[in-house]
Design a protein. Structure first.
Length: 286
């Protein structure tokens, strides 16, 4: 029992020590880390395993070796931030695989890539046709980033000279049937508004798995019971349709009336309403 207690205490200490070390070394996703950091994580994991199981001949030396490896990794990371030369020496440099639409065969050999592997990576970036690619670069993490040719890029609102409304992060206001009051308050809403939205949708709070409010104030609801169809919020669409109807009614009145003053009044107000529609369109229709 004494040995079990010692092992348990050692594992608990090493668990929190390793957690602190890994957090301090960075929060990069595992599939985005460089080979250098991957080796650091693996060596630290092996050292911790040996120490926790008591396989290290000298426990004190084991902790010293772990500390030295950790401090050495932190020092090299710091030098990599300060010096581009050190960064390239440790992590490697980016490699151009496609330039101006042409595959760089020598660079492919340098990174030990075959043509089939390159095409597979391009397909993972939704570039199924090699002729669509203008530029491709392998990062020091091994990830390949692709730049499509200008004529193959998706059209954006900027390309069409159209204004769009800014989008902020949606706030989760219901989670697992529980209202998150802090999230509601952060966007200037309350439970009364939430209950009204749920009532208009015909659902109860205890049947809501996730509820999110987007930047436009629309509430999206996902229910536990997937058989129930929740109507999508159409407040913006209805408002746009109402304003558009007012505009068309004013134009119709201006054409139908025979009174010159009334005709000018309807036309003037129709132009004002058209300006309102142009300003609100990016916010109501997106």
């Amino acid at each position: 029992m004494q040995n079990f207690g010692v092992v348990l205490l050692r594992v608990i200490i090493l668990y929190f020590l390793t957690l602190a070390m890994i957090r301090y070394m960075g929060r990069t996703s595992l599939w985005k880390i460089t080979i250098f950091k991957f080796i650091n994580y693996m060596v630290i994991a092996i050292m911790v395993s040996l120490i926790s199981l008591g396989l290290a001949p000298n426990m004190a030396f084991g902790f010293v070796a772990l500390g030295i490896w950790f401090l050495f990794s932190i020092a090299l990371d710091y030098l990599s931030i300060k010096s581009k030369w050190v960064h390239d020496l440790i992590n490697g440099k980016e490699t151009v695989l496609i330039k101006e639409g042409k595959v760089m065969e020598e660079n492919l050999k340098e990174v030990r890539y075959t043509g089939e592997e390159l095409l597979r990576e391009l397909r993972s970036k939704n570039a199924f046709n090699l002729s669509d690619v203008e530029f491709a670069l392998m990062e020091d993490t091994g990830e390949i980033n692709v730049l499509l040719k200008p004529e193959r890029k998706p059209v954006t609102p900027k390309d069409l000279n159209r204004e769009v409304a800014p989008i902020s992060e949606p706030q989760t206001v219901i989670l697992d049937g529980t209202v998150l009051d802090e999230s509601l308050t952060s966007i200037g809403l309350n439970r009364e508004w939430l209950n009204t939205q749920l009532s208009s949708a015909g659902v109860s709070l205890d049947n809501v798995f996730i509820g999110q409010v987007d930047s436009s104030g629309d509430l999206f609801i996902d229910l536990f019971d997937d058989l129930i169809q929740v109507p999508k919020p159409q407040v913006k669409e209805l408002l746009y349709a109402t304003i558009s109807k007012v505009h068309s009614d004013l134009l119709s009145f201006s054409l139908e009336t025979k009174n010159s003053k009334a005709k000018k009044m309807y036309s003037r107000n129709a132009n004002k309403m058209k300006k309102v529609i142009d300003k609100l369109e990016p916010y109501l229709l997106r």
